[in-house]
Design a binder for this molecule. Structure first.
Ligand code: SF4
Length: 344
């Protein structure tokens, strides 16, 4: 893939206040702490979570935005988004898998490592900083069951962290500008400043296994990811400087461990186009949140590619019980407000 072509000074988000519909913001439109306008050579010393936790807020003026995770869920199916927001849960949880937890633990460890990069010479010496916090995150989310044991998962987490810090990610980078820091209710993994100038925004993805035959398709999904566009837009606005390169770092833990650094080409036009779409989608989300009925995306119900290899977990709610909370009660935990058809 070619590198991103957001030429310096060529494109900048409009300098308007941004309000996250899910996060709080300071009066100048920035979440604290604020790096210098260009953040050069600076590592945020603010611990993760030091900024205000996301709260429900109604945007007044400016831009009302929703996080990439929330928006992606809405795009998958507005009905699924609404019922998830409202706390509907299946009574029988699907079998627990460690995939998401391993990703969280590796991300936590890497963030700790990134915070040391300005202070120690070799990335490898960051391991003692990364592993303890990664293991703590792993233990916090660990669910006792018969299939996976904790020591085996710790080895996988260490493998992911080693792959990243021994890999090519740091080549040409001068400093970490921010990592896992609140940016308008978002937490991008890491932003580097490249030697010679330019901001590089990286997102880490971890997969337990990926057959080489499917790698190309996986990387192609990243080319159109909502998340990286959203992060590029908001980090540029936050730092008052364009992002010049965006990348996904894919950490494959098996069957053959490898690290793939995948550049996502974003032209200024593509980002402008994304922002126009985002405003339309966020307006639709705000309308549903304000009481308009959500629609069902019936193309998503049994599409296993959209639901981590299963059909949608709300399938029986929608199609067996036809959205009737009373009939669905034996299958789902439904908060009290969820009475009646579609519980709207
Ligand atoms: S079953 Fe289909 S319509 Fe219902 S929430 Fe899931 S994707 Fe949406």
């Amino acid at each position: 893939m070619g590198s991103i072509s957001l030429n310096k000074g060529m494109w900048m988000p409009s300098p308007v206040p941004v309000q996250s519909a899910e996060g709080s913001n300071s009066s100048d439109g920035r979440s604290s702490p604020v790096l210098g306008a260009h953040g050069c050579g600076t590592v945020s010393t603010a611990p993760p979570g030091s900024t205000s936790p996301p709260t429900k807020a109604t945007a007044q003026g400016g831009i009302s935005s929703y996080s990439p995770a929330s928006t992606e869920l809405f795009l998958k199916c507005p009905m699924l988004w609404v019922q998830t927001q409202r706390g509907v849960q299946p009574r029988v949880e699907p079998e627990w898998t460690p995939n998401r937890l391993i990703g969280t633990a590796v991300a936590t460890g890497l963030s700790a490592a990134y915070r040391q990069y300005d202070y120690i010479g070799s990335p490898l010496t960051t391991l003692p900083f990364a592993l303890p916090v990664a293991y703590t995150a792993l233990e916090a989310g660990w669910v006792e069951q018969d299939t996976w044991n904790l020591p085996a998962l710790q080895k996988l987490v260490e493998r992911g962290i080693r792959l990243a810090i021994e890999g090519p990610q740091l080549e040409g980078m001068q400093a970490v500008v921010l990592t896992e820091q609140d940016v308008y209710g978002r937490r991008p993994d890491v932003v580097f400043r490249r030697h010679g100038g330019g901001l590089v925004l990286d997102e880490n993805k971890v997969t337990l296994s990926l057959d080489a035959r499917y790698q190309e398709a996986r990387l192609a999904e990243y080319d159109h990811a909502w998340q990286i566009r959203d992060y590029a837009y908001h980090v540029s606005l936050y730092l008052a400087e364009p992002i010049t390169e965006t990348r996904y770092q894919l950490l494959v833990l098996g069957p053959r461990k490898q690290v793939v650094l995948h550049k996502v080409a974003l032209t200024a036009e593509a980002l402008t186009q994304w922002y126009q779409s985002a405003q339309a989608v966020w307006a639709a989300m705000a309308a549903v949140e304000a009481g308009e009925p959500p629609w069902q995306n019936l193309t998503a119900c049994t599409n296993k590619g959209l639901h981590f290899g299963r059909r949608c977990w709300l399938h029986d709610f929608c199609h067996l019980c036809e959205g009737d909370a009373g009939r669905a009660e034996s299958l789902y935990v439904i908060p009290p407000s969820q009475e009646g058809r579609h519980a709207l």
